[in-house]
Design a protein around this ligand. Structure first.
Ligand SMILES: *[C@@H]1O[C@H](CO)[C@@H](O)[C@H](O)[C@H]1NC(C)=O
Length: 243
């Protein structure tokens, strides 16, 4: 806008200079040539003045447009600044969320195991409940599972998932298995078959555990399991998320 005003001032001052020059010429000419020349010069001057006033009108119009443009630009600028501020706020919120989830990831221990029963042949419980020891460790990240005792001990409070598959060769007998938490039975499954071929029992549970709770598989009294080096009978578990 300032540029437009300066242009206007410059043009007006140029016009003033031009008018003065014309007047001086008129004086010089009128002294030399007389009144006919004087009349024609006056006509020229009024034509030029008309032209100049037209120019001034035109410049005013241009100036108004320029002022409107500036207003639009200023409004755009405000909107842009608001958007920038909003996206900076978003950015801060995103960084905070990232920091929180990084802390969560750091806080959640990595816990997952799988182990095979590791017996070649049959294992029988006899007249007591037998805590099964899956001694052939396949995976034991976090060492929460003990291949000596067969117990999984929750390293943190949270939600865990446990599953198993066990096998026996059934010839007119039953097989059974149970899963226990802190010595308390959570499920008891059985199967009966007579063909002497392999029969599998498989299931799983999602458990909410407190830190230090134990989970294991138990062979109920009078039952039997069978395994070979093929890992027919396995016990697995992992932490889903801490609570
Ligand atoms: C059973 O698991 C053990 C231990 O991971 C492994 O070395 C072996 O190859 C597995 N057996 C079969 C038949 O996959």
């Amino acid at each position: 806008m300032r540029a437009a005003i300066s242009l206007l001032v410059l043009l007006l001052s140029m016009c003033g200079a031009r008018t003065r020059t014309t007047r001086t010429e008129v004086q010089a000419e009128s002294q030399g040539t007389g009144s006919a020349a004087e009349v024609s010069t006056q006509l020229d001057i009024s034509a030029e003045l008309k032209e100049l006033s037209d120019m001034v009108v035109e410049l005013r119009v241009m100036l108004r447009y320029t002022q409107e443009d500036v207003k639009v630009l200023e409004a755009d600028n405000v909107a842009m600044k608001q958007r920038l501020a909003a996206s900076e706020t978003d950015n801060i919120a995103m960084k905070q969320r990232l920091a929180v989830s990084e802390t969560e990831v750091e806080a959640a221990p990595k816990v997952a195991f799988s182990a095979g029963l590791g017996v070649s042949g049959s294992i029988e419980s006899g007249s007591y409940y037998l805590d099964l020891v899956f001694s052939r460790v396949i995976t034991n990240v976090g060492q929460a599972y003990s291949s000596k005792t067969g117990f999984f001990t929750a390293p943190v409070s949270g939600v865990y998932y446990f599953r198993f598959t066990v096998m026996d060769k059934l010839d007119t007998r039953y097989m059974a298995i149970s899963m226990c938490k802190n010595g308390v039975q959570l499920m008891w499954l059985s199967e009966h078959d007579t063909d002497g071929q392999r029969t599998y029992l498989s299931s799983g549970l999602t458990l909410q555990l407190e830190k230090g709770d134990v989970v294991n598989l138990v062979l109920p009294t009078t039952y039997r399991l069978h395994d070979t080096s093929s890992n027919h009978s396995t016990f697995s578990g992992f932490l889903l998320f801490p609570l």
